[in-house]
Unconditional design. Structure first.
Length: 455
């Protein structure tokens, strides 16, 4: 239902880039096979348009030799649009394919490779769309925060409709019960909601829409809408009860404070707002039994994985420890794409870690899982995809790039995001749509890069 709503809304978009962005954003909530179809349609559309542009150019010149030369130059130009992080992403996919040479379970290996096809398609598609990337990125920002708000509203209405009585509403508006109708696990929905908040701030507060209002009444309306959207998103994020998402939000908030201080934009008037951002989740957590139980488990340093009810800190530490044990048996090349899960389960069994073996847990840490699967080279490529853009954006004072990289990178600490189709779609869209530039931008002015043009 959500995908139909978002796709229908996308038809109202005023430009091709906005319609494409609406479709890509709607893909977040689609089943995996439809996500593949969405990416394939977009890539096919871009290739067809590129071919048509080349043919029209050749006809206008009426010179075949010049046309051939131009096609050659455009091919070189297309390759040059791929930045180093984009090439690292493609090479990570190629290394996964190459790992079939030392993988025993070929069937599982091919399944892994097919699931990693977006590692190739996302950077290629955004490189083909490079001339329109600014408008597309602006449209992605717009539809990201719109989709986040719509999905949050639908999720809340779904719970209220299913709840027995108003007295149970607050108790029911939490975790998997709240995320149920979205089709996403609370972890992945939390990532999207947090990205929606970042997109809203960039699009409506610090970007091209942040011009001074023409009247005090309009200024008041803008502030009320900002407060409503961001406040409701923060409440929804807290009630999704993803502990890592709130920690990630705190990390992004801290980085944003440093960013404001570095650019000379930190004001004392922000301090009450920052305090409210911290106090509101604290009150919601303490007022809901499920939230309270989950967060107490996270901070209970005396607990063991046997006593974990919600798969908290102790259980994840065990998964990470045994993933490292698994890696040490294959320190150079890793297990290969097809053998990782089998080798990890064998490690669980040998160490009597019954919860991991019985539930077939993966690492719940993308960095460790990539290290164990593809060795140090695979981990180096993954880190290049993430932290080289972080360095660039910190030097270039681009707030949205910094915040988005931190969002993805921190989420990978407790979740193997690239091992699920939903995760790889979200990461691929965020990485290539927001912070993985085709080319490194030139140094901006003293504050931020020039804002994109409005749709």
């Amino acid at each position: 239902m959500l995908q139909r709503i978002l796709t229908s809304v996308g038809r109202l978009a005023p430009s091709p880039e906005s319609r494409i962005a609406a479709l890509l954003v709607a893909g977040v909530f689609m089943p995996p096979f439809l996500q593949v179809l969405v990416q394939g349609l977009w890539l096919g559309y871009l290739l067809w348009n590129r071919r048509g542009d080349q043919q029209r150019g050749d006809q206008e010149r009426g010179d075949q030799e010049r046309g051939d030369l131009q096609r050659s130059n455009q091919q070189v130009s297309f390759l040059s649009r791929l930045s180093l992080p984009a090439w690292a992403q493609i090479l990570l996919g190629l290394l996964t394919l190459l790992s079939l040479l030392w993988t025993t379970n070929q069937s599982e290996g091919w399944t892994e490779i097919i699931s990693k096809i977006p590692l190739f398609t996302w950077p290629i598609a955004f490189a083909l769309a490079d001339q329109k990337t600014t408008n597309l990125r602006t449209a992605l920002l717009r539809w990201t925060w719109i989709s986040s708000g719509l999905v949050g509203l639908v999720c809340v209405l779904d719970v209220l409709f299913r709840s027995q009585a108003p007295a149970f509403w607050f108790a029911d508006l939490v975790y998997e019960n709240l995320a149920r109708i979205s089709g996403l696990h609370p972890i992945y929905l939390s990532i999207w909601v947090l990205m929606g908040m970042l997109a809203y701030l960039q699009d409506r507060v610090v970007g091209s829409e942040a011009s001074a209002p023409s009247s005090p009444r309009l200024a008041l309306r803008q502030r009320l809408f900002h407060t409503l959207y961001l406040g409701c998103s923060l409440v929804f994020l807290t009630q999704l009860s993803s502990r890592m998402a709130l920690l990630t939000a705190l990390l992004v908030l801290t980085a944003s404070v440093f960013f404001l201080a570095r650019t000379g934009r930190l004001r004392l008037v922000y301090l009450p707002l920052l305090l409210l951002v911290l106090l509101l989740p604290w009150a919601l957590i303490n007022g809901n039994k499920v939230n309270q139980s989950r967060y107490k488990e996270m901070v209970n340093l005396q607990g063991t994985y046997q006593s974990d009810r919600w798969g908290g800190r102790a259980l994840r530490v065990q998964k990470w420890k045994y993933t490292l044990h698994c890696y040490l048996h294959f320190p150079l090349l890793g297990t290969g794409a097809g053998d990782f899960q089998k080798e990890l389960l064998d490690t669980y069994r040998q160490n009597d870690f019954s919860p991991g073996f019985e539930n077939r847990f993966n690492s719940h840490n993308q960095y460790l899982q990539t290290l164990a699967t593809l060795g140090p080279l695979g981990l180096a490529l993954l880190l290049t995809c993430l932290f080289l853009p972080l360095r660039w954006h910190w030097e270039d004072r681009y707030w949205l790039g910094i915040a988005t990289v931190l969002l993805v990178a921190a989420s990978m600490l407790t979740e193997s995001l690239l091992e699920r189709q939903k995760g790889i779609y979200i990461v691929g869209l965020l990485a290539n749509g927001y912070f993985c530039y085709r080319q490194r931008p030139s140094k901006p002015g003293p504050l931020e890069p020039p804002p994109p043009q409005a749709l």
